[in-house]
Ligand binder design. Structure first.
Ligand code: KG4
Ligand code: ZN
Length: 334
């Protein structure tokens, strides 16, 4: 097969990103325009503001990506886009832009599931070996996905309420850390001690998770300490929270890794940027002799390179979308 160049668009949340990737592996150019600074003052992503910002920036980001790549849209084999899950208005901007490019330049259109993108971020640096398990931990998701082969996904468990990223961001807010709190909690955690007692959430035999309880437990703990006139040590609280998160994530994931006899464990999604989480999984995987893949930090949070990487496998199978492609703000990975 001749070289495949895919231009991908990602706009499911608060990043407007466009990337060109060769053969699902080689990044030609990626532009990520993050809206974090805009949303920070509201303490989280405001959907309407996110949509407006995507509208304002999408053509600029497409142009910048092409300019930096020395390629033209005519050189592309296909146009890919995240169709879901995500914020409806935000998804719509990317999907309409992708449809327009595909229509005008007569290119196949590829609709990529956001979680498939997060998993395939690992493909940009490594070779995937099957069967594998991927733990997807982000602001919108906490899922354990089993893959027998390329582009085959079986969800074996997931969160029943909040995502792990949401819990990080809420706990951060309680100790006055601005959005997104995950990276700061991870940093504070290194400086603190695991002294605050928090419950291990959903400690059962299943592969499902629950993070709303731990979020409430942290809020109650801070409230009670304040009422007693005690000052909260934010480093210790961050460390205690992250320790519990690591305990439950590693307990269930390593159980799945053994039960499904996989060759690799892949971490994916924004929360997999956590150094604390990476270090613990590295230690456990070494002990169990399982190959651990973690994306480069830049590919952990939302970006279009991961969407182009996933789209390559759909291109090979000629899984193209029609021009009546609809966004799916909620959609399971199948
Ligand atoms: O994958 P992502 O960019 O967006 C979604 O698809 O949701 O993930 C964003 C989430 C946020 O909750 C953010 O706080 C968290 O990833 N995050 C981290 C770190 N970097 C980002 N959480 C823990 N440690 C980090 N270093
Ligand atoms: Zn994401």
């Amino acid at each position: 097969m001749e070289d495949v160049y895919i231009l991908a668009i990602e706009s499911s949340c608060d990043e407007t990103s466009v990337s060109i990737v060769k053969n699902g592996k080689e990044e030609i150019n990626t532009v990520i325009l993050s809206q974090i600074d805009i949303h920070k003052k509201f303490g989280g992503v405001v959907p309407e503001i996110a949509s407006r910002s995507h509208v304002e920036n999408i053509t600029i980001v497409i142009e910048e990506c092409l300019n930096g790549s020395n390629m033209k849209i005519e050189d592309m084999s296909a146009i890919a886009v995240t169709y879901g899950p995500g914020l409806a208005g935000a998804l719509l901007i990317g999907v309409e832009a992708a449809k327009t490019l595909a229509f005008i330049y007569n290119k196949p259109l590829i609709a990529v599931h956001h979680i498939a993108g997060h998993i395939y971020a690992n493909n940009l640096n490594y070779k995937l070996k099957f069967p594998l398990i991927s733990l997807v931990i982000s602001g919108g998701h906490t899922e354990l996905i089993y893959m027998k082969k390329d582009y085959s996904f079986e969800k074996i468990g997931g969160t029943l309420d909040d995502s792990v990223g949401e819990a990080y961001d809420k706990v951060a807010r309680v100790i006055d850390v601005p959005y997104p709190g995950g990276p700061v909690i991870d940093k504070y955690s290194k400086k603190g001690k695991n002294v605050y007692k928090l419950p291990l959430p959903m400690d059962d035999g299943s592969y499902n998770f629950s993070f709303s309880g731990i979020k409430s437990a942290v809020i109650n703990l801070v409230h009670n300490e304040k009422q007693r006139g005690n000052e909260i040590n934010k480093y210790d609280l961050a460390c205690s929270f992250q320790s519990i998160v690591i305990d439950i994530l590693t307990k269930k994931t390593m159980k799945a890794v053994k039960e499904y006899k996989v060759k690799q464990l892949l971490l994916a999604g924004g929360v997999s940027a956590s150094i604390g989480i990476r270090e613990k999984f590295a230690e456990l995987c070494e002990k169990e002799n399982i190959e651990l893949l973690v994306p480069e930090l830049i590919y952990c949070t939302d970006n279009a390179a991961m969407i182009a990487a996933a789209a390559y496998y759909m291109y090979k199978d000629k899984k193209f979308a029609d021009f009546d492609l609809k966004i799916k703000p909620t959609d399971d990975l199948k």
